[in-house]
Ligand binder design. Structure first.
Ligand code: MN
Ligand code: MN
Length: 459
């Protein structure tokens, strides 16, 4: 039952392919630090590969047929793309699903204030974070401000090497006697996560002169008024690029690898695999980190509606055809897995943990405390997946998220399984999951991309 290290089978050409994939992946991480930025990049990439906007197809009353490539975007934050196969769509489609939202710190709707000649932005964090990890770091602000006239101002501050960064302060160790006795959950609390953005007063002003200077800057640079924060989505994330990690450069450290590592590898597999019998689909969704809620989360009807439109454009729509298509589909619900960490060995059960370098991870079930909330894939489906992976010589492993009763987590798998389709959780193992900088193995990224391609071809 011991699984192999993928590294041991690699020849030079594999290492070269792996590095090309990982270079593209690092660029994807650097240019996609928000869900919107990830979707914008994805649309740019797939348009070059011949994907057409479903809205245009509907508007022009065009037909969709085998070989066509179409996509639909929901509110700039979620995308569904389809590569139409030759088989009847009622026989089901092969779906790769991953999420592109990541834990971060969101700016509140009335955020700007001044205290002791510092200007701050007040925040509310998004997703599960260890708050103490987000202080004393260079941070960047990414997002949009939408003005009343509907115009959208894109904001990115802190990524260019000449850009200033922002930060959240921590108490100096010299005065931390009391702080150091607190539990980790209380060392830094939610309302302390305010972003320090300025300290220079506006000349000639007495009251709130630093805040006024900040407002002048954003007015000059972005033509934004303070009231425009009311309709903004600004996300504070770690500043700077993803980097090779380890002196052997075998790993990647970067922000937001949960779950952009699965999103990017799914996207690349989708572009590589052409001319399939079954229709291929890739879903990159928002809001997973807060329960897959909202119009752009997996629980939204967006995917179902999009599929209905596609079947309609094929001239085959009926409620029954749609339901049959969904029930006969197969899905890899991709999300990161917890990598075994020797420094925290007691949190894992070693026979059923995911190891760096041992390839794509399959989680038959997720959930916590008695598999609660888990999709728990069918054994028959897991058997089919094993065969697909073994036939294409993909290095894979199976795991669960830590020891029984230690904790757990959920994914989007249970939502798609509501249609009666086969769904299994899988993905890439990550160290420091949900920390500002997460770490993955290049070999695992490479094997996972190949695993997705094998699934699209053979499932
Ligand atoms: Mn995730
Ligand atoms: Mn997560």
């Amino acid at each position: 039952m011991e699984r192999e290290l993928a590294w041991n089978k690699y020849k030079n050409k594999h290492i070269k392919e792996m590095e090309v994939l990982c270079k593209g992946y690092k660029e994807f991480l650097d240019n996609g630090k928000t869900e919107r930025e990830c979707i914008t990049q994805t649309v740019n990439i797939i348009k070059k590969a011949g994907y057409k906007d479903l809205d245009d197809i509907i508007a022009k009353k065009q037909k969709i047929k085998a070989g066509d490539k179409v996509y639909a975007v929901c509110m700039g934050k979620t995308i569904a793309m389809f590569n139409i196969g030759t088989k009847s769509i009622e026989e089901g489609i092969n779906i790769l699903g991953a999420h592109v939202d990541s834990p971060r710190i969101d700016i509140k709707q009335n955020p700007l204030y001044e205290d002791s000649n510092f200007a701050y932005l007040d925040t509310h964090y998004y997703g599960g974070i260890k708050k103490y990890q987000w202080v004393a770091l260079p941070l960047a602000i990414h997002g949009v401000v939408v003005k009343k006239d509907g115009s959208v101002v894109n904001v990115v501050i802190g990524e260019d090497k000449d850009d200033p960064v922002v930060s959240i302060t921590d108490l100096l160790i010299h005065l931390s006697g009391e702080q150091m006795t607190k539990t980790a959950a209380k060392v830094i609390e939610g309302e302390q996560l305010d972003i320090l953005i300025g300290s220079k007063p506006l000349a000639g002003e007495e009251k709130d002169a630093v805040k006024k200077q900040v407002l002048k800057l954003i007015k000059d640079k972005y033509d934004i008024e303070e009231e425009d924060f009311l309709s903004a989505e600004l996300e504070v994330v770690p500043a700077g690029p993803a980097r090779d990690t380890g002196i052997d450069a075998s790993m990647i450290m970067g922000y937001g690898q949960d779950d952009r590592v699965c999103a990017y590898t799914s996207l690349i597999a989708m572009l590589e695999v052409e001319n399939t019998e079954k229709t291929s689909c890739c879903l990159l969704v928002d809001k997973e980190e807060i329960g897959s809620v909202g119009a752009t989360g997996m629980q939204s009807k967006f995917f179902e509606n999009t599929l209905a439109e596609i079947i309609d454009r094929m001239g085959k729509f009926s409620e029954l055809a749609l339901r049959r298509c969904l029930a006969n589909s197969r899905m890899l619900s991709s999300d990161v897995s917890a990598a075994y960490d020797p420094a925290f060995a007691s949190a894992f059960e070693k026979k059923n943990a995911a190891f760096f370098g041992k390839g794509m991870v399959f989680n038959k079930f997720t959930g916590s405390r008695g598999k609660s909330g888990s999709n728990d894939a069918n054994a028959e489906y897991m058997a089919a997946i094993r065969k697909i992976m073994d036939d294409e010589k993909i290095t894979f492993q199976t795991a669960e998220l830590g020891k029984v009763d230690v904790g757990g987590g959920g994914t989007i798998a249970y939502i798609l399984s509501l249609y009666g389709m086969e769904v299994i959780d899988c993905g890439v193992a990550v160290l420091n999951m949900h920390a500002p900088w997460e770490i993955t193995s290049k070999a695992d990224i490479y094997e996972t991309k190949k695993g997705y391609a094998a699934f699209l071809k053979n499932a």
